[in-house]
Design a protein around this ligand. Structure first.
Ligand SMILES: C[S@@+](CC[C@H](N)C(=O)[O-])C[C@H]1O[C@@H](n2cnc3c(N)ncnc32)[C@H](O)[C@@H]1O
Length: 176
């Protein structure tokens, strides 16, 4: 499977805590290895993800950066293909297979209005429908399509507990 990093552009602390946390949770659950959040450092997001990773496993990392220019240029140098999710981009159903063939992928999602430089530095500007909706939804669909659904079978190592899927009710077994 590809190494996938999610880059969250324009995080505003307090106001964006919940949505950014959900972007991070989706990134982790759907197979990304880390999220880079561009904006003020927000310990609440870091702590939420630390807690979830401790209980449910895996090695997900959260990193904060002040500006996007250097970070995205560095990722590009390291061989990451940059995929910016925007309702103005080309349709995901036409590029998902091609994007998914790359070993290293960075998915960029916005919050407030995204600067034109992000459109320019990106290798792909990709839409998940050409209707306005949410970065959480766009990220989920993109992660699923570029991994061809294989992220649904992921196992998370080192978990303290595991859910046994059931038709009804809840079953959680301790692993430690
Ligand atoms: C709530 S939207 C706000 C967009 C902002 N008002 C703008 O004009 O760029 C936040 C993010 O959700 C993602 N998004 C929303 N709708 C999308 C769509 N149809 N396709 C892909 N990404 C989308 C984009 O990453 C966008 O930056």
């Amino acid at each position: 499977m590809s190494e996938i990093i999610v880059f969250r552009y324009g995080h505003r602390d307090v106001r964006d805590y919940r949505v950014t946390s959900h972007c991070a949770l989706v990134s982790r659950a759907f197979g990304a290895t880390s999220i880079i959040i561009c904006g003020n450092k927000d310990e609440k997001v870091t702590n939420t993800l630390k807690g979830v990773t401790k209980r449910w496993g895996g090695k997900f990392k959260v990193k904060f950066v002040k500006t996007w220019e250097k970070e995205l240029a560095n990722l590009k140098k390291k061989g990451f293909v940059l995929v910016h999710l925007t309702m103005y981009g080309e349709m995901i159903q036409n590029v998902d297979k091609k994007i998914g063939k790359n070993d290293k992928i960075c998915i960029i999602i916005g919050s407030r209005k995204v600067e034109s430089g992000i459109y320019e530095i990106s290798d792909y500007n990709v839409s998940v429908t050409n209707q306005p909706h949410s970065e959480i939804a766009a990220l989920s669909v993109c992660l699923d399509r570029i991994q061809n659904g294989n992220e649904l079978k992921l196992e998370f190592s080192g978990a303290e507990r595991k859910i046994i899927p059931k038709k009804q009710g809840k079953e959680v077994i301790p692993l430690k």
